[in-house]
Design a binder for this molecule. Sequence first.
Ligand code: SF4
Ligand code: SF4
Length: 175
Amino acid sequence: MQPMGYIYRYMDLANFKDKARRKKKPLIEFLQKLDDIVPHDMHELVAKVDATVWQDTNCTSCANCCKTMTPTFTNADIKRISAHLTMTTATFKEKWLKKEETGEWVNTTQPCQFLVDDKCSIYEVRPADCAEFPHHDKKPFDAYNETFINNVMHCPATFTLVDRLKKIVERDYEW
Ligand code: SF4
Ligand code: SF4
């Protein structure tokens, strides 16, 4: 969901899924440990490693988040997107969304109905959740461990970030 501004690189999703399956357990254990032990310069470290991730990641040949996950739609998102599509918010919800027990509006099906030829057809008005995905710049990083634990199997960028962070932290920090 970050489709602009980085070097072209073909994303091999079959290879990613295979790697993610193999490394899922140690990466999740690393993120869980981050709940208890947080390197003092975690934010700087994440920013530095994340910059390398986007040199090796091309969302436009991936779109795996849009294919396999759902964003949450806020009321402001629903209003904005419905207006863009010239439909009422009620019709929009009825056509594409369901309400979770948590009260959040999410897509009823995956891939997302707005994904066309691996691109977002409502990019300018997409949900805030999509615009902020994959949330690597959230602060403090460890407060979003549950999100990253879930996303590590869906997003090659998050997978690469956590994999690289794990290697550095285990090598350079008392851990
Ligand atoms: S709204 Fe666009 S960016 Fe968000 S999941 Fe759907 S296709 Fe992807
Ligand atoms: S899954 Fe991650 S790498 Fe793939 S398009 Fe979405 S944000 Fe980009």
